[in-house]
Design a protein around this ligand. Structure first.
Ligand SMILES: *Cc1c(COP(=O)(O)O)cnc(C)c1O
Length: 385
């Protein structure tokens, strides 16, 4: 693989940092024993995990007992919705149609299984959630005295919208309901101080912030007395020590460099926006992704005035890696775009998600725009013929 790729798909998976790879390899060599084994090496392995749990909790300002390691974001969300929701006897879930599929599909599945009523709060064409409606629903349900869970993600993985988690947390506190948030596109890119938020649960994934695949954790507020390992239906996985120490390393570096890296990537996004507007007639942006304040600095979702279902393949052939929408949406077209855009717009345009990372540079952006412009130009030529 010596061909130069232009990788603009870091919201799907990030290349690991060199320092993280080194830690991963170091631990692969250092300790091969099962952390649940009673012997010396097993105990040693367990102690690395516990020390690391403590260090992670120090970075995000929570208690180490509030961190439960999982094998990634989807598995964390699965744990919340399939196991914890049942344990807490939740009867109402309030969420939105713009959540990650690992949440939406889970909710649709458990709805029948646990007899839960689900409310999807509305959104506008920019993906802004209707928080007034959320408040109204909470107020109405409050009288029923049943257990309620609100689940709204922090940063949307397709359109980059940053939701007002503080406000939602305040609503949840006021009505005394549980609040879960998918933090997968937040942690490791923005500074996190758990004490400043009002979340009961959140989900984290390592490979979305330059850590390895297959590791993540969920945060469970200690006020909710849950002994995860004793829950009905739980499948205990041996803790992934290599993943855990690497996730910590990735988090530690991100935490140290986040202001610098945010600035660097924001510059790329700004430059990309500038070149797109300058070079592509009638280009539009999905969600709030062209709003630098209200969307993530590393996600840009563009809508082109042509219909070309092969666009992502044509870019791929040029060595440019982007996503059609979200990488998890391989079969269906994006459920997020379906929920924010009119059918007619979806049918006559092509959208792609570009997500920048610390390894990109200005030249990557220029080459991407150059190839994109050529493809669009060819499309017009075909039409004229
Ligand atoms: C990627 C992603 C997930 C899934 O995380 P994995 O570790 O890949 O399972 C969940 N939620 C959001 C918002 C994501 O972007």
């Amino acid at each position: 693989m010596n061909k130069k790729f232009i990788y603009l798909d870091s919201a799907s998976n990030c290349k690991m940092r060199k320092e993280v790879i080194n830690v991963y390899i170091k631990y692969l060599k250092l300790n091969y024993s099962n952390p649940t084994s009673f012997h010396y090496l097993g105990r040693k392995s367990k102690s690395y995990i516990e020390i690391t749990r403590e260090k992670i909790s120090n970075i995000i300002n929570c208690n180490s007992s509030e961190i439960f390691f999982t094998s990634g974001g989807s598995s964390g969300n699965n744990l919340i919705f399939n196991i914890i929701v049942n344990f807490l006897n939740i009867k109402y879930i309030i969420t939105s149609k713009l959540e990650h599929l690992s949440i939406i599909n889970n909710i649709l599945y458990i709805k029948k299984k646990y007899k839960i009523k689900v409310f999807f709060i509305k959104n506008d064409k920019f993906g802004n959630l209707n928080l007034k409606q959320l408040y109204k629903i909470l107020k109405k349900l409050n009288k029923k005295k049943k257990k309620i869970l609100v689940s709204i993600m922090y940063v949307n993985n397709e359109i980059g919208n940053i939701n007002n988690i503080k406000k939602i947390g305040l609503f949840c506190k006021k009505f005394n309901v549980y609040f879960h948030s998918d933090f997968v596109q937040y942690v490791g890119h923005f500074k996190l101080n758990v004490k400043k938020l009002l979340c009961d649960f959140f989900t984290v994934s390592g490979h979305k912030f330059y850590g390895p695949l297959g590791i993540g954790f969920i945060y469970i507020n200690k006020k909710i007395n849950i002994n995860i390992l004793k829950l009905k239906g739980i499948i205990y996985e041996i803790e992934n020590i290599y993943g855990i120490v690497s996730l910590y390393k990735a988090l530690k570096i991100s935490n140290k460099l986040f202001l610098y890296e945010k600035k660097k990537i924001t510059k790329l996004k700004k430059y990309c926006l500038f070149l797109l507007k300058k070079n592509i007639l009638n280009i539009k942006f999905n969600g709030l992704s062209d709003n630098l304040k209200k969307s993530s600095f590393y996600i840009l979702n563009i809508r082109l005035p042509i219909k070309d279902d092969l666009l992502h393949i044509k870019l791929d052939l040029k060595g440019i890696m982007i996503s059609k929408s979200s990488s998890c949406n391989i079969i269906n077209n994006s459920h997020v775009l379906k929920n924010i855009l009119k059918k007619k717009i979806l049918e006559n345009t092509t959208s792609i998600r570009i997500s920048f990372n610390i390894f990109n540079n200005l030249l990557d952006i220029e080459l991407f725009i150059y190839e994109l412009k050529k493809i669009i130009y060819n499309n017009y030529l075909i039409k004229i013929k």
